[in-house]
Design a protein around this ligand. Structure first.
Ligand code: AMP
Length: 567
């Protein structure tokens, strides 16, 4: 395991890292720091936000600052004000024991004169948004003629935001022999073009698809009628009282409407979008950071540069237009080694989009069902009990009141008391979820055409194509009936009812006939599948299809073999 010492970092910075409690380099740091310290070349690094990339470029950048020279030697460009401020703050921390390093953060929406003064006071590192830096260049308030290191952070985001021309102008104002380091979550064609035109034989370091970098995010999707997405969202929140989420919508109006509806229904939510003034935006962000808000409802643009740790869920209330946006959105959770969930709440028409994201981004999406009333009530109850058990009791403060309270409650038995305490908090959920309907779309029904229904098939399969039998280790005990099983299978595999034949359900497992032509592909989709936290195992049934497996003794071999491997 590498340590910061072994990367060749100078003692003053090592001390700062120790002060910050950084024990060992993150993968992106281990990959880039030695390269940037030793080599003279340029570099393109594919790494997501939250992987520790600020230190990955920040430390080598600081190593290259000559404090005797009063000029801007380090330049970092970032897409948003938030990110600029964060980077400048982080650089300040890493340089805590490097006297003479001065960092100025310059970005739009703040007083430009103060920023000009910061630069004139002898900044040797400038962290800037492209637009504001162009403004400063035009005013001749900054000289980039001595820049030794230029970093383009979240380059794909800057290009998405239309900063291409500004980047070109800025880089044209820097010396040709400087070193350029580009960090991006995705390698779009625009990023490639910048690398080609403005970088010299750039080395590529890719951590974007690093299994470890990705594995902290659990990508999930759930399928409901489009009009039920709002109720489904509330159910997911109710089922997870500790959720701390960013919810993405497509338009400003959608974010506002959703935030208003959630607030009206008693949730702590607010919207962030491009029409807010900087002050309003700061206020919302402050409430979110301090967790006064449980949900931040955002557009893609407004969420850029948001740097909040501990986001437990990114929820796609609308799927993004581009796969890159999905990567950026989901990168807001699962940061710094913590795990997170990226949940897409979709209508059945959008299943193909999820499949497309799977293929393009090479991530697996797990199908999850919208929790039902019983699950939600159970989770809420367990949370309440957990709170009761863990609450700190201040004996001294409550002592004067205890006698009176005990007298007042003297008639109640222990059981009565428990019931009442629970009901006090819990009645709302019991009432709300009494008779709550199942929101999950039975995906097969979408493809079901009664005219084509044939005797032998459970769900509208009309072809006589050969079938193979799949064993799956879930059954009626897991709450499945044939409809649910078909919906589940279609959700995981992307197949439709046309490709699925008879389904045989047993308590603990099932057999399903699947078109032989799609069988192997369908099996492949179960590699990382989970159901309610349990690993889903599939295998080929031995009994000649679910039809043949009706006498399941014939398949006992399969059952025993697969059951043993249930994790
Ligand atoms: P970044 O991707 O630069 O935004 O970093 C994400 C978070 O990880 C920040 O809060 C950093 O302070 C933290 N971090 C970066 N490097 C390390 C490390 N080596 N050990 C622990 N935390 C780190």
């Amino acid at each position: 395991m590498s340590s910061f010492q072994s990367l060749g970092i100078r003692a003053e910075i090592l001390r700062a890292l120790t002060d910050l409690g950084f024990e060992k380099p993150t993968p992106v740091q281990a990959a880039t720091i030695p390269l940037l310290l030793a080599d003279e070349g340029d570099m393109v690094a594919l790494a997501r936000t939250g992987t520790g990339k600020t230190a990955a470029f920040g430390i080598p950048l600081l190593e290259r600052i000559d404090t005797a020279e009063k000029a801007v030697q380090g330049l970092v460009l970032a897409p948003t004000r938030e990110l600029c401020v964060q980077i400048a703050k982080d650089l300040g921390r890493y340089a805590a024991h490097l006297p003479g390093v001065r960092t100025a953060a310059v970005y739009g929406g703040a007083n430009i004169r103060e920023q000009m003064r910061d630069i004139q006071r002898g900044a040797n590192v400038v962290v800037a948004t492209p637009g504001r830096l162009i403004d400063l260049l035009e005013r001749k308030a900054v000289d980039l003629g001595h820049v030794r290191t230029a970093v383009l952070d979240e380059a794909d985001e800057m290009l998405n935001m239309g900063f291409q021309e500004d980047l070109t102008t800025i880089l044209d104002n820097t010396p040709k022999e400087k070193r350029t380091w580009l960090f991006s979550a995705t390698m779009s064609s625009e990023v490639r073009r910048i690398a080609r035109n403005y970088m010299r034989e750039a080395k590529e370091v890719s951590l974007a698809n690093d299994a470890k970098a990705q594995s902290t995010i659990n990508h999930q999707y759930t399928v409901v009628m489009a009009r039920d997405r709002y109720i489904a969202l509330k159910r997911f929140v109710d089922a997870d009282p500790d959720m701390f989420a960013i919810v993405f919508c497509r338009t400003k109006q959608d974010t506002q409407d959703l935030a208003e509806n959630l607030t009206r229904d008693g949730y702590n939510a607010d919207a962030i979008h491009g029409d807010l003034s900087q002050q309003q935006r700061d206020r919302v962000m402050e409430r979110y950071r301090s967790k006064s808000l449980q949900m931040l409802i955002a557009t893609d643009v407004a969420a850029r540069g948001i740097d909040v740790s501990n986001v437990s869920h990114v929820i796609h209330f609308d799927l993004p237009g581009e796969p890159e946006s999905y990567t950026h959105r989901s990168g807001r959770t699962g940061r710094a080694g913590k795990s997170g969930v990226s949940l897409s709440i979709i209508g059945s028409r959008d299943i193909n989009k999820v499949r497309g994201l799977e293929r393009t981004l090479k991530v697996h999406f797990t199908y999850v069902r919208v929790p039902d009333g019983a699950e939600i009530c159970e989770r809420q109850l367990l949370t309440l009990i957990g709170k009761i058990k863990s609450v700190k009791v201040d004996e001294t403060t409550i002592a004067p009141f205890l006698n009176a309270v005990e007298l007042d409650l003297a008639d109640l038995t222990r059981e009565d008391l428990i019931k009442r305490v629970i009901s006090l908090e819990f009645n709302r959920f019991l009432k709300q979820y009494k008779d709550a309907r199942d929101l999950n779309v039975d995906l097969a029904r979408k493809d079901h055409n009664p005219k084509e229904r044939k005797e032998k098939s459970d769900f509208g399969r009309s072809s006589d194509a050969p079938m193979r039998s799949m064993f799956i280790n879930i059954g009626t005990k897991d709450g499945f009936d044939k409809g649910k099983m078909l919906g589940y299978l279609c959700g995981i595999t992307g197949l439709t009812g046309q490709h699925i034949g008879r389904i045989l359900l047993k308590d603990m497992f099932s057999f399903v006939d699947i078109d032989a032509a799609h069988f192997d592909e369908a099996m492949g989709h179960f590699k990382a599948a989970n159901y309610k936290g349990r690993k889903v195992r599939v295998d080929e049934g031995d009994g000649g299809g679910a039809t043949g497996a009706r006498d399941f003794k014939a398949d006992k071999k399969t059952f025993n073999k697969s059951r043993r491997s249930v994790g």
